[in-house]
Write a protein that binds this ligand. Structure first.
Ligand SMILES: Nc1ncnc2c1ncn2[C@@H]1O[C@H](COP(=O)(O)OP(=O)(O)O)[C@@H](O)[C@H]1O
Ligand SMILES: CC(=O)N[C@@H](CCC(=O)OP(=O)(O)O)C(=O)O
Length: 295
């Protein structure tokens, strides 16, 4: 007979008790990427995992992305998506749509999913409670032929420069689960679009989170043979980037993990958001399911 969702949760719970004690009152930041969304069953499983963390005395904070969903809305409006160095080139019209999609529909969709579990989620972005301030990102790229560095003008793409924990500390002591969109104001009054991975890293760093989880579309960091690497030190991660084992979108993700560790996060995990209940399986089992990056 197939196990129901509640039977599975009860079974997990029995095994999970020692881990619940380990993470009691600890902050776990979960980055929920746009590629991990879209499947209603997985969305429900994700929301119930976050709810269960809260019920277990953990302080979960969700930071979400929504790159594909922004792309779909832009294309509906006849605007082409353009990326440089993995970041969306964001003009005034685009940042308005980014804010509408991220802090609007996606944020409220995740809030509603968590609320349906019986828990209380509150949807925010960096603007709320003066939580996050950003400034214009200063990115450079090297021309592979000439090796000359070029400064990229990405428009309203931001980098986090300040996190005020007041609101998040208040929410940690409440029933509320914060769900945060990676949009933040600048001191210049502009609105900035921030890559969700780096935004999550900045929040986790400012809170000295015990864990930062990145839900992606692969089981974790894979070695040259495609096998999952269970644990990776910062030095080993640098070596895998240098020898090309880690490539593409995994490079900025692992670099964000390294920055978060340097900022005081105790452990960062890259895991598969396309596996149901991966958050619970990571947090409430002995060996976890993804790649743990440690100092
Ligand atoms: N060593 C590696 N281990 C795992 N994934 C890797 C590795 N090197 C490159 N990748 C690629 O990185 C991708 C994840 O990065 P990305 O697509 O940016 O994730 P997301 O959209 O979830 O933020 C994987 O789908 C995979 O194609
Ligand atoms: C500057 C920049 O590129 N911002 C991202 C923000 C969303 C994001 O990062 O979403 P995922 O986690 O789903 O990729 C964007 O506009 O797509």
């Amino acid at each position: 007979m197939n196990e129901t969702e509640s039977e599975m949760q009860a079974r997990l719970l029995a095994k999970a008790l020692p881990f619940m004690q380990r993470y009691e009152n600890k902050t776990i930041v979960v980055k929920y990427g746009g590629h991990a969304m879209g499947n209603p069953e997985l969305g429900k499983a994700f929301a119930s995992d976050i709810a269960l963390l809260k019920q277990s005395g953990v302080n979960p904070i969700v930071v979400h992305g929504g790159g594909p969903q922004i792309g779909a809305m832009l294309s509906k409006m006849g605007i082409e998506s353009k990326f440089e160095g993995g970041l969306r080139v964001t003009d005034q019209k685009t940042v308005e749509i980014v804010e509408m999609v991220l802090a609007g529909s996606i944020n409220k969709e995740i809030v509603a999913l968590i609320n349906q579990t019986g828990e209380w989620a509150i949807g925010l972005c960096g603007k709320d409670g003066n939580m996050v301030f950003a400034e214009k990102a200063r990115k450079t790229v090297k021309d592979p032929d000439s090796n000359i560095e070029r400064v990229l003008d990405l428009g309203f793409v931001g980098e986090v420069v300040e996190v005020d924990r007041t609101l998040l500390d208040l929410l940690a002591r409440s029933e509320m689960i914060p769900v945060i969109a990676p949009v933040a104001p600048g001191r210049d009054g502009a609105t900035y679009n921030i890559n969700a991975d780096t935004f999550a890293g900045a929040i986790a760093g400012a809170l000295n989170a015990t864990r930062l989880l990145f839900l992606t579309d692969v089981p974790g960091v894979l070695d040259k043979n495609g096998q999952l690497i269970k644990e990776l030190s910062v030095a080993e991660a640098h070596a895998l980037i240098a020898d090309g084992t880690i490539s593409g979108g995994m490079i900025p993700k692992v670099e964000t993990c390294i920055d978060a560790i340097k900022a005081g996060v105790q452990g960062v995990v890259i895991l598969n958001g396309k596996t149901a209940h991966s958050v619970l399986l990571e947090i409430f089992t002995e060996h976890g399911v993804g790649t743990l990056i440690v100092p």
